[in-house]
Design a protein around this ligand. Structure first.
Ligand code: GRF
Length: 218
């Protein structure tokens, strides 16, 4: 606990949110998850926040006069809590410019495909339908585009002949739960530098230790 204040935005089940909570509670990330903001009053992520005594704010877009106002208010809530990193964990909206401007290079997202392949919704389904042999997941900074920001970490995940969309998504998810906390840890340690489209990671990197790529057997 202590250190960086993290704000999480989530719309659904929040398993990546949970992976980050676990990494913080286990001491792997020296930071505090200060607040969860959700656009869905029934998101399971809310139960996770409650269980771990994390403040939760429900902000429903249609209760705000415009998209810009909505994201301005989200930025205000995050700023007032001293948040230094905004983690999108299954937040099912395109982030509005006021929030991006307020937290430039301090908003990260996880996408369930190897960007720039298969951006947008249902990355796992797109990869499965296309017939790629390797897919994966990507942690990236959020910019104005759709999954276009500088890439921080990727994990390659094999696609098997007998995979369904669901089995592929489940395999990818296990790697999401590894690389997302890893990216948050690197950020919290001040080891991530953005240089144009490129992200440089200072010091030893987990990819060298074999964390990022799964074994190809089984
Ligand atoms: C994950 O597949 C993530 O890659 C995508 O949305 C999903 C969120 O899952 N951005 P969860 O809510 O973290 O379980």
């Amino acid at each position: 606990m202590g250190g960086l204040n993290i704000g999480v935005l989530a719309s659904g089940r929040g398993s990546n949110f949970q992976a980050i909570i676990d990494a913080v509670e286990g001491g792997y990330i020296k930071a505090t998850v200060s607040v969860l903001i959700t656009d869905k009053p029934d998101a399971f992520a809310i139960q996770r926040a409650k269980k771990h005594h994390i403040e939760c704010i429900i902000m429903i877009p249609k209760q705000f006069s415009s998209k810009d106002v909505y994201f301005e208010k989200i930025a205000d809530e995050l700023k007032s809590r001293g948040v230094g990193l905004v983690v999108l964990a299954g937040f099912m909206r395109i982030v509005g410019k006021p929030l991006i401007d307020a937290f430039r290079n301090r908003i990260i997202n996880i996408h369930p495909a190897l960007l720039p392949a298969f951006p947008g919704l249902h990355g796992q389904q797109q990869a499965h339908e296309y017939g790629v042999k390797i897919s994966g997941c990507t942690v990236h900074f959020v910019d104005e585009g759709m999954d276009t920001g500088p890439i921080i970490i990727q994990a390659a995940v094999p696609v098997r002949d007998n995979d369904t969309e669901e089995s592929l998504a489940a395999r990818i998810l296990t790697f999401e739960h590894k690389i997302y906390p890893e990216a948050v840890r690197l950020f919290s340690e001040g080891r991530i530098r953005v240089a144009g489209r490129k992200v440089e990671i200072e010091g030893a990197f987990a990819a060298d230790e074999g964390l990022i790529n799964p074994p190809l057997s089984k």
